[in-house]
Design a protein around this ligand. Structure first.
Ligand code: GLC
Length: 464
């Protein structure tokens, strides 16, 4: 008897059984993911995780909206609208919207004091810094499924598109002091990779002699193992920066002169490029002129390759505008130009090799947030080693974009394994030898893990 593809009946049966078991698991997990997003919904917006993060966060809400759009479109649209309610009149999109009061978080609205700032919205307290720009690509991805088929989506697009453009214009005018096309972040919290070893040299340079101690005010240590969280010394510096920004009433030109923290982050700028690309797509759908956005984008792509690419190491590094040097620490932010489509085929091959040698390194799940051969690598500590699902999701898309199908597949496999065998955690221990039930770290019931699981699984289904 001839067997198609040399598959014996027994192994064919096995393959079928695996297929059905996987389908069963993903159906069950999809239901759980939806439940998490429903539980964390506060009526129009979704908190990242109960206990640790009780408000609406900026880039979280983009990923969350994408996940919601698979099963609750109205909530996805509300999520985005409610995020943009916090937008400042100068275009800045804050990293947190405090839609309700909750004592269980520090620093809350009283510390940010943005009511004293002329650009902050009235009637909604927000933080005074931003986070990576995600809405251009989130809406562009949603448009692929929804534009022209759902009038509520088309209305949302018309309303939100100019607001995203205003946010990008804010970045290009207020955060690019030398008009290079690369925007800087003024706080590690703006990167989204809060406790990455990237920030050590910049933060260590801050003199804390007269800086207030906030250790007693922290709430995160009550809910998560303190050894996995940033140190009190670091928190002093985080709050020093917030107090500094507040003293200038969040005026970026004054802040840039005075701040010790001004970094052109690879992840932030890559997401800006990918979101510019999304906006150009959306402009086409809306009949808008995208010439300005195209110019921004060409400039940023050229600048990221000029200033952040390190030929000797074959890696993209952040650039510290204060000491005018690259920050030579290999972290997963360095792969994000793949997601942005900003590197050449040659660079992409070198990045792929780095991924296998320094991150997979034989026996680590993809993709640790810090290269395992870096001295600062720590498999348990917040952004210093563990795997984050949003980074994996961008890496997956980036590898696919450059034709690394097998590596992309491995990232997806590891991601699904982590979630299905461990749970919907905030981040995960990447070591092979760790038992699956012990891998989950940080917050549980984590919204973007649930949202991006839905996106991964939906795509997996489509690819089959
Ligand atoms: C942590 C993460 C940040 C995220 C926030 C809310 O601070 O570092 O990226 O936005 O939690 O989930």
């Amino acid at each position: 008897m001839k067997h198609v593809n040399n598959v014996s009946p027994a192994s064919g049966l096995l393959a079928h059984s695996y297929y059905f078991i996987n389908q069963f698991i993903s159906c069950k997990m999809k239901e759980q993911a939806k439940e998490i997003l429903t539980d964390n919904n506060y009526g129009g917006y979704t908190i990242p995780s109960p206990k640790l993060y009780p408000f609406q966060w900026n880039w979280d809400s983009g990923f969350i909206a994408l996940g919601l759009s698979y099963f609750d479109k109205q909530n996805a649209y509300d999520e985005i609208r409610n995020m943009f309610k916090g937008q400042w009149s100068n275009g800045m999109l804050p990293h947190i919207n405090f839609h309700h009061l909750d004592e269980n978080y520090f620093p809350g609205p009283d510390v940010w004091g943005t009511a004293e700032c002329q650009w902050a919205p009235r009637g909604l307290a927000t933080s005074g810094i931003t986070q990576p720009p995600v809405f251009g690509f989130v809406l562009s991805m949603m448009a692929g499924r929804l534009a022209g088929t759902d009038s509520a989506f088309d209305n949302l697009l018309k309303e939100i598109y100019p607001k995203i453009v205003a946010f990008h214009r804010y970045l290009y005018t207020q955060r690019d002091p030398y008009n290079e096309g690369l925007v800087y972040i003024s706080h590690n919290w703006e990167s989204g990779t809060d406790n990455s070893p990237l920030w050590d040299e910049v933060l260590d340079a801050i003199d804390t002699t007269n800086v207030r101690d906030v250790s007693a005010l922290r709430r995160d240590l009550k809910n998560v193992d303190a050894s996995q969280r940033p140190t009190n010394e670091n928190y002093k510096r985080y709050i020093f920066l917030v107090d500094l920004f507040r003293s200038f009433k969040y005026d970026d030109s004054k802040i840039f002169e005075a701040t010790p923290f001004a970094v052109q982050d690879v992840l932030f700028n890559s997401m800006l490029i990918r979101s510019n690309e999304g906006l150009i797509h959306l402009a086409g759908l809306l009949g808008e002129d995208s010439a300005e956005i195209q110019k921004w984008n060409e400039k940023t792509i050229a600048a990221i390759n000029k200033k952040c690419w390190n030929e000797a190491d074959g890696f993209y590094y952040d650039y510290n505008l204060k000491n005018k040097k690259q920050i030579l620490v290999k972290v997963s932010n360095g792969f994000m130009p793949l997601f942005a489509g900003a590197c050449s085929q040659h660079q992409s091959q070198i990045l792929r090799n780095n991924l296998i040698q320094s991150f997979r390194a034989g026996n680590y799940m993809l993709c640790s947030s810090c290269a395992v051969d870096e001295p600062e690598f720590n498999p348990l500590k917040y952004w210093r080693g563990p795997v984050w699902i949003n980074v994996n999701w961008m890496l997956y898309h980036g590898l696919q974009r450059y034709g690394f199908a097998a590596e992309a597949e491995q990232v997806k496999k590891d991601t699904l394994h982590l979630i299905e065998q461990t749970g919907f955690y905030e981040y995960f221990d990447p070591r092979f030898e760790t038992k699956d039930e012990d891998r989950g770290l940080g917050g549980d019931h984590f919204s973007w893990t649930a949202a991006l699981y839905l996106d991964f699984v939906d795509k997996a289904v489509k690819e089959m």
